[in-house]
Design a protein around this ligand. Structure first.
Ligand code: NAD
Ligand code: UDP
Length: 318
């Protein structure tokens, strides 16, 4: 297959590009590095089946030659990133998604959308099944991400109904692993960076809010299973083991042997209180489920952060 991956220079996108190349596919990666890092794909640039196009997909998604599939991952994903780029986030979720859909339509290609658990907002139903419609504040600061993704799902579903496009939707829950930016502001990358540099761990609120953390290799297997199917979903892709932010902090401190203290900061506006996916649909239809537990996943992630050649200091900040 020849697969176009938008956002392929980012955290998840670069792992997806690598996995596609590993199994023999060709990859056209499109990115503008607004939140990605050229280092993520530097080792791939010499690969004969890898092409990189520097492009803002909100403006256009132009690929020469036929593609068999489009994986649309371009979008800021970390809350500080999308809060800093509110209009760009809305644009890439709306126009960027339309442009990526048009490329798939041109070639009759499979299209998969990287949607998010954020479409459930601050959920009133727990755990979250795909049938739950969500609880999103449409004008709050997080809405630039949540509503853009909700629109992206809506327009993708409409392309399937209207044009018969082979669309699939993945609702990705918090995913972590090597190549997260140390200073991207997400909780796993923040805690590991802080623990390794002896800075205080920044817990927002009382730390009793929960998330369910999925290791990147598991998530990429899920995306590939969706890509290879002709299922629409949507599919929750995530690890259903839920833990509090305080528990995560304790695990990171224990694993790194860090003596960092813990400091509490105010909870961001509209921060969801709890989040855990029901993954029965992905298990039954895609034959997918996560395999790597948080201890093993964090061990690998900590090892990667500790080995970074550029260090973890402020100079590595985005
Ligand atoms: P990331 O920020 O590392 O990657 C996103 C990539 O998209 C970056 O390389 C960025 O430069 C690129 N991009 C952004 N706007 C662009 C534009 N207009 N044109 C071209 N490229 C653009 O984030 P990630 O964690 O790898 O997330 C990838 C996708 O998965 C996103 O769509 C995100 O919403 C979704 N997702 C991720 C998670 C997670 O926990 N990592 C959870 C839910 C959903
Ligand atoms: N969080 C935290 N300290 C940090 C970063 C995040 O306590 O330094 C909290 C945040 O408020 C949220 C949870 O950790 O409750 C997950 O945050 P993240 O930004 O990783 O993901 P999202 O909010 O998108 O689920």
């Amino acid at each position: 297959m020849r697969v176009a991956v938008t956002g392929g220079g980012g955290f998840l996108g670069s792992h997806l590009c690598e996995a596609l190349l590993r199994r023999g596919d060709s990859v056209v990666c499109l990115d503008n590095f607004s939140t990605g890092d050229p280092e993520n794909i530097a080792p791939l640039l010499s690969h004969p089946r890898f092409t990189f196009l520097h492009a803002d997909v909100s403006v256009a998604v132009e690929v020469t030659g036929r593609v068999d599939a489009v994986a649309h991952l371009a979008s800021p994903a970390s809350p500080p990133d999308y809060l800093r780029q509110p209009l760009e986030t809305l644009m890439v979720g709306s126009r960027g998604t339309e442009n990526a859909l048009e490329l798939a339509l041109r070639d009759g290609a499979r299209f998969i959308l990287a949607s998010t658990s954020e479409i459930y907002g601050d959920p009133l139903v727990h755990p979250q099944e795909e049938g739950y419609w969500g609880n999103v504040n449409s004008i709050g600061p997080r809405s630039v991400y949540d509503e853009a993704k909700r629109y992206a799902e809506a327009v993708s579903a409409a392309y399937r109904r209207t044009h018969g496009l082979d669309v699939g939707i993945a609702r990705i829950f918090n995913t972590y692993g090597p190549r997260m930016r140390p200073h991207d502001g997400r909780v796993v990358s923040s805690f590991i960076t802080q623990a390794l540099t002896g800075e205080p761990l920044t817990i927002y609120g009382d730390g009793e809010q929960t998330r369910s953390f999925c290791y990147v290799d598991d998530l990429v297997r899920g995306l590939l299973a969706l890509l290879d199917s002709s299922e629409m979903g949507p599919f929750n892709l995530g690890n259903p083991v839920e833990r509090t932010v305080s528990e995560l902090a304790e695990t990171v401190l224990a694993m790194t042997g860090s003596r960092s203290e813990v400091r509490h900061h105010p909870l961001p506006t509209d921060d969801p209180v709890r989040r855990r996916p029901v993954i029965t649909r992905a298990q039954e239809v895609l034959g997918w489920q996560p395999e790597i537990d948080i201890v093993e996943g964090l061990r690998r992630t900590v090892a990667h952060f500790a080995a970074r050649e550029d260090g973890l200091g402020a100079s590595a900040a985005a």
